[in-house]
Structure formats: structure tokens, C-alpha cells
Design a binder for this molecule. Structure first.
Ligand SMILES: [Mn+2]
Length: 314
């Protein structure tokens, strides 16, 4: 039996289903979580299906979370979307259900759940949820299509990143058939606030770029305060250095309130996830995250990236 059929069978067995996703949600996390919720609500109106986690203020225009009680988890099926490792699951009550399913597209380094659908060739978890709907012949509507489309656009950088495949376009074209307000969504996902524009200007102005194409920028807590930004909002500028032709690998070091640095690593060709793993992180070969606990470690990460770029040039 195919995995999407196995998942559907489990869904049919449970009266209550609670869907989680990762902390610091992006459109793919939120779109897959709430897209799956709305899909199941439409197809199984007799079931109770809830979503849980923190409401990310910059994404409430897309979807909002439910009130989920302890009792809700009693005999419930729990599904976690778009989350590679358990430490990143938003709302640690995910173990309180009777059965756990993981649906994701990140490398499966942390194997969890009673059943897992992990497809690292998928552009996004929203692509997987759309496939799940198509393969199982489930009904869809405009809002579900909008949520799933938003996630695909988010994770592919609007069909720019190499994970964008023929299947991604097929799935996206299917979603586009539904009458959601495409123009508004496209504009929303392509625009940023004035304070983000200011932060982008800062990044272009303060980028350290070496001759092998490795760039870094450090965003301190003071800077976040000056621009009135949260750590979550800095997600919007992760792709900014990559727009520069000369930049091949880049790291964005964001100082956290607790004092350490969250490091977002990106690369155009050379895999950088081994460096992320070495520094308390992981992720995709070309898009990873790490954590640094000192200025020395920030420097070490930058030097390791440079070494990697130089080695590849030879
Ligand atoms: Mn994703």
C-alpha cells in the first residue's frame, strides 16, 4: 500500500486529529499544517481536526491556530508537518496522542513517529499535501489551494530553487485552478514592510564578502531593536545576499535574546549542511541552520565556509 493510502487509513481510524508544525513557522509550515486541516475538515466533516502552535504575527493573514486542550489529545491522531527534528516541533504535547505521523521534505536525520512520509525530493511539504489530496481523490476548495500554493511559493522562492521539479509545477498548476485571489497572494508574497526594506539595505551595506564568494552578515539584538524587528521577521531577508552574483555561500548570524546566534546558511551549489551539523544544526544541503554560542564560533563557521569554497574551486 502506498504511503498516502496508509496515512489516509490512519486518518479514517481516528475521531480527533491534531496537526503540528515547526517553531518559527514559514508559509510552507503553516500552509501544510492548515491546508491539511482544512482538507480533512472538508472531506471528513464528522471529525474534530485542530491545529496547534504559536500564532506568528507576520503570518496571521494566511492562517491562525486553534485552542487545543489536554483532553483533545486523548485517543487522538497527531500529524507533524514540515518538521525534521522533534526539538523543532511547536507545542511539545505532540507525544500525548495515540499515534504519530510525520510528513516532511527535510533530510530524515531525526526519525520519529509511528509512520513517516519523508520525501527529500519534494520542494515543500505543501507539495506532499497536495499529492496526498490528489492521489486519494479528496475534495479541495479555494482556501485549501491558496494555503498549499503559498507554501510551495515560499519554499521554492517562487519556483527559483533547484528543488522545483516537474512535479512541483504539476501540483502548482492544479492548485491554480481553484478561484483564490491569486494576484493578492502573489503580491503579498513578493512584498515586504518598510522596516524589512531598511534591514535589506543594512545587509547590502554591511556584507563581508571574500574573493571565493563567501559572505556573512551579523545582526545584533541592538540592530533588531533599532529596526523594531523580531527574530522571526529576519527570515524574510535570508535570500537577500544570494541575489548578488558574486555571492556563492552566505551565512546570516542573528543574535538571540538568550545571547547565542542563530545562523542561517545558504549556498548556490556547494552543500553546507555538514557545517551546520557540526554547529548544533542541520537541514538541506543548500539551506541549513546552525547555532553559535560565541563570537569565536561565528568566526569559525565563517572560516569553515571559506575553506569549503576554496576547496571546491580547486
Ligand atoms: Mn518546508
Amino acid at each position: 500500500m502506498f504511503i498516502h493510502q496508509q496515512i489516509l487509513q490512519k486518518i479514517k481510524e481516528y475521531k480527533t486529529i491534531i496537526i503540528h508544525r515547526h517553531v518559527n513557522p514559514d508559509p510552507d509550515a503553516l500552509g501544510s499544517q492548515v491546508g491539511l486541516q482544512k482538507l480533512l475538515q472538508l472531506n471528513f466533516p464528522e471529525k474534530t481536526i485542530k491545529v496547534t502552535g504559536y500564532d506568528e504575527p507576520t503570518l496571521t493573514w494566511l492562517a491562525e491556530m486553534d485552542e487545543v486542550t489536554e483532553e483533545d489529545y486523548h485517543q487522538a491522531l497527531v500529524i507533524v508537518c514540515d518538521t525534521a527534528n522533534t526539538a523543532r516541533i511547536d507545542d511539545n504535547r505532540y507525544t500525548n496522542g495515540s499515534y504519530l505521523i510525520k510528513i516532511d521534505h527535510h533530510p530524515n536525520d531525526d526519525i520519529y513517529g509511528d509512520l513517516a512520509w519523508v520525501d527529500t525530493n519534494s520542494s515543500s511539504t505543501c507539495e506532499l499535501i497536495t499529492l496526498f489530496a490528489l492521489e486519494n481523490h479528496l475534495k479541495m476548495n479555494a482556501y485549501i489551494a491558496k494555503l498549499l500554493y503559498a507554501g510551495i511559493v515560499g519554499d521554492t522562492g517562487r519556483f527559483l530553487y533547484p528543488a522545483t521539479t516537474v512535479r512541483t509545477f504539476k501540483v502548482a498548476s492544479h492548485l491554480r485552478e481553484y478561484p483564490f485571489d491569486f494576484a493578492t497572494l502573489a503580491r503579498k508574497m513578493d512584498s515586504f514592510s518598510y522596516k524589512i526594506a531598511k534591514l535589506q539595505a543594512y545587509i547590502y551595506d554591511h556584507l563581508d564578502l571574500d574573493e571565493s564568494g563567501v559572505a556573512r552578515v551579523i545582526i545584533t539584538q541592538d540592530l533588531l531593536k533599532i529596526y523594531n524587528l523580531t527574530d522571526a521577521e529576519t527570515a524574510e531577508i535570508v535570500s537577500t545576499p544570494g541575489k548578488i552574483e558574486d555571492v556563492k555561500i552566505w551565512g546570516i548570524f542573528v543574535e538571540q535574546e538568550a545571547g547565542h546566534y542563530r545562523v542561517r546558511l545558504r549556498s548556490k551549489f556547494i552543500p553546507i549542511n555538514e557545517i551546520a551539523k557540526k554547529h548544533h544544526g542541520g537541514g538541506h544541503p543548500l539551506a541549513s541552520g546552525a547555532n553559535s554560542y560565541s563570537l569565536e564560533e561565528n568566526e569559525a563557521i565563517y572560516q569553515e565556509l571559506k575553506k569549503l569554497a576554496k576547496k571546491q574551486r580547486k
